[in-house]
Ligand binder design. Structure first.
Ligand SMILES: [Zn+2]
Length: 262
């Protein structure tokens, strides 16, 4: 893994070559790409959980036991993360990834982020493994709704699904809650199809995100990593690009564009 100077240019060139030459490229993103849009991370120094404490490991079970209490607490607490999510905008990296999708190079995107920024930038094929904070989800029929599509009335909590009448919760996946099976299936299906994966802003240590780069490599695919630092994934990567997502991605896409039109 060469870094800095000519090594960096060479790595960019190699990454662009891999993306253009592959048959089916997918991407995976994590907290690092959101941090560059002003969303504080959960873990680490300055992280929301570092400051305010981690949510309980059985948050989903608590919700199931007392959905009314869950909703009362949610509506009472417009906290730091809600505010950050409302103010965040996609950065140049998000926009560059949309161009990769539109040019047919990138077929699918798996994200661990809940902030909706990839979709806000215009990305179409996205699996949000931890859900989307802009949406609600019915625990009965799994249908998703915009927050304003379900009446949320303070003296009639929890809100009910307009389709099946079951309880509705935030779409974000809580501790103790299984990842919605159709989302997980899509991620595995896409990973099995892929022969190249671009991983940005995540060290992919946590299941299920950790599975996808490993599965790709087992199947002989190429891995491109974009991160500020070395991560446990660096050893697996064919090509590591060091630097901010919002700077690296546009430069990479420029190179891909040049190769596509050459
Ligand atoms: Zn329903």
């Amino acid at each position: 893994m060469e870094k800095g100077g000519n090594g960096h240019v060479w790595a960019l060139e190699q990454a662009a070559e891999l993306l253009v030459a592959c048959r089916y490229a997918i991407a995976m993103t994590g907290a690092g790409v959101s941090v560059e849009s002003g969303i504080p991370p959960f873990r680490g120094p300055g992280g929301l959980w570092t400051k305010h404490g981690e949510p309980p490991m059985d948050a989903y079970q608590r919700f199931l036991a007392d959905p009314k209490g869950y909703w009362e607490q949610r509506l009472k607490a417009p906290n730091e993360i809600v505010q950050a999510l409302a103010q965040a905008r996609p950065n140049m990296g998000h926009h560059a990834m949309v161009e990769l999708e539109q040019s047919g190079v990138l077929r699918y995107l798996i994200t661990q982020n809940i902030d909706n920024l990839h979709r806000a930038a215009g990305h179409q094929k996205v699996a949000e493994i931890h859900g989307n904070a802009q949406l609600l989800r019915c625990i009965g029929c799994s249908q998703r709704f915009a927050w304003d599509a379900v009446p949320i009335v303070l003296d009639a909590l929890p809100p009910c699904c307009p389709t099946c009448g079951s309880i509705v919760k935030a779409d974000t996946v809580h501790f103790g809650e299984p990842i919605p099976p159709e989302v997980l299936e899509a991620c595995f299906r896409e990973t099995r199809q892929a022969d190249c994966m671009l991983v940005a802003g995540t060290s992919a240590l946590v299941y299920p995100a950790a599975s996808f780069p490993q599965l790709l490599k087992q199947r002989g695919g190429h891995l491109i990593e974009v991160n500020l630092y070395d991560t446990p994934l660096t050893q697996l990567a064919d090509c590591s690009l060091r630097g901010p997502f919002a700077e690296i991605l546009p430069t990479l896409v420029e190179q891909v564009r040049a190769k596509l039109t050459a």
